[in-house]
Design a protein around this ligand. Structure first.
Ligand code: FCB
Length: 463
């Protein structure tokens, strides 16, 4: 690794081979949900269920990226990024979740890969960013073990057909969201509120990662990793034992429940004890943890904000919670400036996350695979978007990543979420994360000021 200079943002240089990227995911941008043999995913079903999404919006059209990808690849080139992180839609490639691959779906991704490579942009492929084929959910979804086996079979088939052009493979994006927002809190697809199902889902997602990673390696994949959403968790009142216990639980249920099996080959004992009232360990079979903990080539870290939690007064109030095993725990604000989603802006949390993973679970190569901010944007009559708050957010977080790098953490890249404004899950189109503005009526794309600024950073390889 080249020696980076100080973390002073005015002089922060990055190593020569540092990866600068932008990220998207299939359901959030592609649209064309019924095109060329694609069948519904759990997100199609969920978004078409009234009351689930802001204004009942869906990903039916989204950014129409399925048809407009050449323009989007040109935008990536304008941004000067070396890598593009995107996901493959499982229901486009294997509409039922098993069996032969769908040729038309493969053709789409094949064209996209060729276009990227033609522009000198390396594809960074995620196999699963939440769009489970609905037929697999109907058969039981992630709480059912067979889903992990189907996922590995899908990964192997896809690699056979696209592996010649893809060096970096990510199995899963943010299994915490899939498991706990999808099966416990019910605010993401498939919208279930069953704590035991969520814990089983978390394990089968990990198992799916492990089986898929093994299949990819057997076929010669060069770089195989997984992306987690991680955050430091603080006690609202550090002197309060109850709040410290709440922080320990939430850290366990969000961070360690994935980091430990992946990087230490065991679930943390305190987490198992915390969820014991909800579920025993029967779903974890002998040998699973060895599969899950096979060495990773890299870990992707998605970071947006940090968490401050306290023990609430009324356990169980406020509807279904993602925190299975931490009943009554509430997150609280510190009064810091927030993004449009109400997430406090805490760049130091990224530094702390990277250094913590490195110290407690490393050494291993780390990439920031998502970071970005939603703010309201307006296109001026001159066709500009002056999104200074997004630019400042990104600058402070890139500086935080550089600070970790300067202290010896092996941070190898940074991907902005997102290339485009897109379908932000339950928030629909109300929350814009793009470096590029999208007019959802006309599909017109406009590079925001943050995108112009990011293009300077990627070219200078320095802040
Ligand atoms: C992450 C998701 C991504 C996007 C951002 C804002 O949790 O991986 O799809 O929605 O949040």
């Amino acid at each position: 690794m080249t020696d980076p200079h100080s973390h002073d943002p005015s002089t922060a240089r990055f190593p020569e081979e540092f990866v600068w990227g932008a990220a998207t995911s299939s359901y959030q941008i592609e649209g064309a949900v019924r095109a060329d043999g694609r069948l519904p995913s759990i997100w199609d079903t969920f978004s078409h269920t009234p009351g689930r999404i802001h204004r009942d919006q869906t990903g039916d059209l989204a950014d129409d990226h399925y048809h407009r990808y050449p323009e989007d690849v040109s935008l990536l080139a304008d941004l000067g990024v070396t890598h593009y992180r995107f996901s493959l839609a499982w229901p486009r490639l294997q509409p039922d979740g098993y069996g032969l691959l769908n040729g038309a779906g493969l053709d789409f991704y094949s064209r996209l890969l060729d276009s990227l490579l033609g522009h000198g942009i390396q594809p960074w492929v995620t196999l699963y960013h939440w769009d489970l084929p609905q037929s697999l959910e109907d058969a039981g979804g992630w709480p059912r073990r067979e889903t992990a086996e189907h996922f590995a079979a899908y990964a192997a088939l896809v690699h056979q057909r696209l592996g010649d052009r893809v060096r970096h493979w990510t199995t899963l994006n943010e299994p915490w969201c899939s498991a706990f927002l999808g099966y416990a809190a019910g605010v993401h697809a498939p919208g279930r509120t069953d704590g035991a199902a969520a814990v089983r889902a978390a394990h089968h997602l990990m198992l799916g990662h492990g089986l898929a990673a093994r299949a990819l390696r057997e076929q010669g994949a060069e770089q195989v990793g997984v992306t987690l959403n991680l955050a430091p968790v603080e006690a609202a009142t550090p002197d309060s034992e109850a709040d410290r216990d709440a922080a320990r639980r939430v850290d366990g249920l969000m961070n360690r429940i994935f980091l430990d099996p992946l990087l230490r080959g065991a679930y943390p004992a305190d987490v198992l004890a915390d969820v014991a009232d909800v579920i025993g360990g029967e779903h974890v079979r002998d040998g699973d943890l060895a599969v899950i903990s096979a060495p990773l080539d890299f870990l992707g870290v998605n970071y947006y904000t940090r968490l401050v939690v306290r023990r609430g007064d009324a356990p169980g109030s406020g509807g279904p919670s993602p925190w299975v095993g931490a009943a009554g725990v509430e997150s609280v604000g510190r009064g810091l400036p927030e993004t449009g989603l109400g997430w406090e802006i805490a760049p130091d949390g990224l530094y702390r996350t990277l250094t913590r993973v490195w110290r407690e679970y490393g050494p291993l190569p780390l990439y920031v695979t998502e970071n970005g901010a939603a703010f309201e944007d307006r296109v001026t009559p001159e066709g500009r978007v002056h999104d200074e708050r997004r630019r400042a957010y990104l600058e402070s977080h890139i500086a935080a990543a550089h600070r970790a790098l300067a202290e010896g953490v092996d941070v190898r890249g940074f991907f902005v979420w997102s290339l485009l404004d897109n379908f932000e899950w339950s928030h629909g189109y109300a929350q814009r994360f793009g470096l590029v503005h999208v007019d959802f009526e006309t599909q017109r794309r406009t590079l925001k000021d943050s995108g112009r600024w990011y293009a300077e950073i990627t070219r200078a390889n320095a802040l």
